[in-house]
Write a protein that binds this ligand. Structure first.
Ligand code: SAH
Ligand code: SF4
Ligand code: F3S
Length: 437
């Protein structure tokens, strides 16, 4: 039996797609292994959001080339955001790659598994490839159900923020039909999933391209009535698009967690304009005020880019001040990286030296560590509900409704169950406690 390994970098969308790829390969008679060096078939699911991510991908491709030179039976498949429309150029650069397929183009993967001479033993198929192809077309999969499952609801992005390569690699927005998502979540619930995390580059755009224009709030309402599902999250929201109706849905639907990912990207209006984000700092601040008033327990995460072209010390200080003022639960900060094809890489000069970017990154991270430490310390002595996802270093771990990572020790089997955990110790990154029931 041929052994496969799916190597993944990038965002949750990539993780979701890797789970799906693994599901197809299982059904096509391959066996999953835990390390790249044990595999006969490696699928690289790639990310190019920053040069550092792309470098990691290129490094692994180089490593695999060396492995293939020694072990000619090794097959290498590449998907994710490295795969652009110029597949000829990629084929020239990476002749050792057996198949390039665009993100989500599962039918290409399945056709490759079906090709004449494919070394899958027919008797090892758990069901015929034709059925597999049909299920791929319905976006279904036979993947094993985990307590938390990612469910993509909208692909692509129409926003074209000036720094971002995603719209060029993932194409325009395409929503999945509402009934199809409901069907998938029903199936996941039946197979043991307790939490679904709905994914899209901009989930607030969900449904604008579907007949009847259902929106995310409508979808949440439908999913909220599925038995067996205890929790629903979604990401990412866009500050210019999030609607009062959605905020109401989060406030009123029990299963929807008090947790929003609301990337601000910068705390300076000139930078926000150059980024083409479509809102001002004042609008963002007002939005957060409305959200906090409506949902008092809300846990807020954000993304910030430092060192955007032309960012002065003073403009950076505006971002730092916003982090201090907003008291986010989590801040993902990144140094600006010019990406081919984007407006910013064409029109602006990448003029903030990398040492300065690093310094700014550190300042944001240090400030946020203090804030997250204070926010988490308030949970000491309180009880939180944790959906247990697995074990790490002898402890059970999972997340609270507010997306805090929580650890506890207990002899029982907690996998996939909801635990009430009394919080003893806290840090900026996680909580530790004891299960009460
Ligand atoms: N759709 C989401 C996420 C997009 S990519 C959103 O709108 O926020 C994830 C994060 O990577 C972004 O939020 C942004 O902070 C960061 N990012 C994107 N392009 C980047 C670039 N060229 N340089 C540095 N960080 C970037
Ligand atoms: Fe990129 Fe902006 Fe789209 Fe997010 S909203 S994926 S940052 S273009
Ligand atoms: Fe990376 Fe593509 Fe996601 S560039 S962040 S894998 S959408």
């Amino acid at each position: 039996m041929r052994r496969y390994f799916v190597w993944t970098v990038g965002c949750q969308m990539n993780k979701a797609e890797s789970q799906r790829i693994a599901g197809y390969l299982d059904s096509a008679g391959y066996q999953g292994v835990n390390s790249l060096s044990d595999a006969d078939l490696v699928v690289l699911n790639t990310c190019v959001v920053r040069q550092s991510a792309e470098d990691k991908v290129l490094g692994t491709l180089g490593l695999l080339k060396g492995m293939k030179d020694k072990h000619s039976g090794l097959q290498i498949l590449v998907t994710g955001c490295l795969v652009n429309s110029d597949s000829e150029e990629l084929e020239r650069r990476f002749p050792h790659v057996d198949l390039l397929f665009k993100p989500g183009a599962y039918s290409d993967l399945i056709a490759w598994c079906e090709r004449p001479g494919a070394s899958v033993e027919q008797e090892s198929l758990s069901y015929p490839l034709a059925a597999l192809r049909a299920s791929a077309e319905r976006n279904n999969t036979s993947r094993p159900a985990s307590p938390c499952a990612f469910v993509p609801i909208i692909q692509g992005c129409d926003n074209f923020c000036s720094y971002c390569i995603v719209p060029y690699r993932r194409g325009r927005e395409v929503s999945r039909p509402l009934e199809e998502i409901v069907c998938e979540v029903n199936e996941l619930a039946r197979r043991g999933t307790r939490e679904v995390i709905l994914l899209g580059q901009n989930v607030d755009s969900y449904g604008h391209d579907l007949p009847g224009h259902p929106d995310l709030a409508d979808l949440l309402n439908k999913l909220g009535s599925i038995d067996g599902i205890n929790r629903i999250r979604f990401l990412t929201n866009h500050p210019k698009d999030i609607s009062p109706k959605l905020i109401d849905a989060v406030a009123s639907l029990d299963k929807v967690c008090e947790h929003l990912e609301l990337p601000v990207q910068a705390g300076d209006n000139d930078i926000l304009r150059a980024m083409r984000r479509g809102y001002s700092v004042e609008q963002y601040r007002e939005l957060v005020r409305i959200i906090r008033r409506r949902i008092s327990q809300i846990s807020l995460s954000t993304d910030i880019i430092v060192g955007f072209p032309g960012e002065t010390e003073e403009q950076f200080e505006h971002s730092l001040a916003l982090v201090t003022e907003m008291r986010f639960d989590v801040v993902h900060a990144a140094a600006y990286s010019p990406r081919p094809g984007t407006v910013a890489s064409r029109e602006y000069h990448n003029d903030v030296p990398s040492e300065v970017k690093k310094k700014r990154l550190n300042k944001i991270e240090e400030r946020q560590a203090v804030i997250a430490g204070q926010i988490n310390a308030q949970l000491q002595g309180r009880e939180v509900e944790v959906l247990v996802e697995g074990r790490k270093k002898g402890k059970w771990f999972g997340r609270s409704r507010g997306n805090k990572l929580v650890f506890f020790e207990d002899a029982g089997d907690w996998l996939g169950r909801l635990a009430r955990v009394h919080i003893g110790r806290t840090s900026p990154w996680s909580l530790v406690g004891e299960v009460t029931k």
